[in-house]
Structure formats: C-alpha cells, structure tokens
Design a protein around this ligand. Structure first.
Ligand code: ZN
Length: 142
C-alpha cells in the first residue's frame, strides 16, 4: 500500500486534512536546536484528532518526537484506539517517516494503523506493520 487511493478510509476527515493538521502541529514544535520541526496528527476511531509535535531539550537525548508526543496525549485522554497518523516535518514537503522508536510505539497500539506522509507528488499511505515488520513483542506474536 503506497497510494492513498488504495486504502479504505471511512473517517470524515480526509487524508489531506489530517496532513494539514500535522502541519499545524509542526508549526508549534519546540525545536531550537535542530530547527527540524515535525508535527503529527493522530486519528482515533471516532474521528477525534490528537496533535503532537517534537519537543527538543538541551539534553538532546530527552527530545521526544511528534508521533510519540501524540500517542502520549492519546493515552492521557484515556484513549487507546488510533487508526491513522499523519506526519509532516521539515519545510521541503518531502516525506518525514517516523523513526524506529516511534514505529515501535505506534505498533504497540495498532500495527494496522495507517501512516500518512506528504510528498510533492502525492500522499503516501502505509501501515505501521509495513514500516516495522517483526516489531518487538513480549508475546512473540508477529
Ligand atoms: Zn520518532
């Protein structure tokens, strides 16, 4: 799955609108060190959207990515039902795929979650399990 028109998308917000929400979140990023802003818009099963942005720190290792920030917001709201996440980063319009750590965190909540990425030509849509095959699991289930 690499084209947004190939996916089943039953939610009221469009993939393009979800990516626009990710851009809104990116504009709020706290990235004074790298100046690489990233935003994530996490879509829940009922259509709610939770935003996250990267938050850097002078102690670089404490930096948190936009995707994990959004997942934290979801859990804090008592929600555990993500269905899609749009990620937008940088200012080139090129795809900004989730890092490995974020892929593992996304897989924890829904390996079938759709990941939307922007590109100059089209919206890229892939499932988390495609971005992270054989993700770590305590049960060993794959
Ligand atoms: Zn990440």
């Amino acid at each position: 799955m690499t084209e947004s028109d190939e996916i089943n998308w039953p939610w009221p917000i469009s993939p393009k609108e979800l990516l626009q929400q990710a851009r809104v979140a990116a504009a709020r990023a706290y990235a004074p060190y790298s100046r690489f802003v990233v935003g994530a818009a996490l879509l829940l099963a009922d259509g709610d959207v939770i935003l996250g942005c990267n938050v850097e720190n002078a102690s670089y290792g404490m930096t948190i990515c936009a995707e994990r920030n959004a997942v934290g917001g979801m859990v804090a709201r008592g929600r555990l039902d993500p269905v899609a996440i749009a990620v937008a980063g940088g200012d080139s319009g090129e795809p900004c795929p989730p890092c490995g750590a974020c892929r593992q965190v996304l897989a924890e909540f829904n390996p079938d979650m759709i990941v939307l990425l922007e590109s100059p030509q089209r919206i890229i849509a892939m499932r988390v399990k495609e971005l992270l095959p054989l993700s770590f699991s305590l049960t060993g289930k794959i």
